[in-house]
Design a protein around this ligand. Structure first.
Ligand code: 5GP
Length: 179
């Protein structure tokens, strides 16, 4: 049962909303007349994407992709084990592409996906992530638009799951060890 797991709030819904508002202002400034393609990486970024897009409020296209990087556990699958499970279903050649991620942990997944998209020859390619865990970095990638910096904790909530659980939490919470 979810209630048996110890969680602590890392970022309240108000703090998340403020971060999303700031990001939207930055993205709006840079993409207003570019009709960009926002590619959200499923499933964890769906709540973030929905909040972000409503704040952007200008013409853009939404696409989804799904990658496999984690199994049921809490550890990264590691380099070479990341796969595209569902690719982008539109031609992004010559388009301005913004990848929308929920978490950059080691950076392996995002680095892999950006390279995958680069081969499709977009006009530009940038990365927006709701969260980053700098203490876990293995591959240095440039996050063009970053919401929140998180400590070395496993986070859930605001669309982010642990084995399909806890996506419904309105705040971003850390799972406390000792469970
Ligand atoms: P990376 O390849 O950067 O190590 O991992 C990125 C992916 O790992 C994220 O998109 C997410 O699926 C998963 N991940 C990494 N850290 C966390 C975390 O703290 N909580 C959850 N729920 N997933 C995480």
């Amino acid at each position: 049962m979810d209630s048996e797991i110890k969680l602590s709030v890392l970022f309240t819904r108000e703090q998340i909303a403020a971060a999303v508002k700031r990001l939207a202002a930055e993205i709006r400034r840079d993409y207003l007349d570019k009709n960009p393609v926002l590619i959200a990486v499923l499933k964890g970024s769906f709540v973030f994407l929905a909040d972000l897009v409503r704040q952007l409020n200008f013409p853009l296209q939404i696409e989804f992709a799904q990658l496999s990087s984690y199994g049921r556990g809490r550890e990264s699958a590691g380099k070479g084990k990341i796969k595209v499970v569902q690719d982008v279903k539109t031609d992004i050649k010559g388009r301005h592409v913004l990848v929308v991620e929920d978490i950059i942990d080691t950076g392996l997944t995002a680095a892999f996906f950006l390279e995958h998209l680069r081969q499709k020859q977009p006009a530009s390619l940038k990365l927006c992530s709701l969260t980053d865990k700098p203490s876990r970095t293995q591959v240095k990638i440039n996050i063009d638009y970053l919401g929140l910096t998180v400590p070395d904790k496993f986070i859930v909530g605001y669309g982010i799951d642990w084995d399909e659980r806890f996506r419904y939490l309105p705040d971003i919470c850390a799972i406390e060890d000792g469970d």
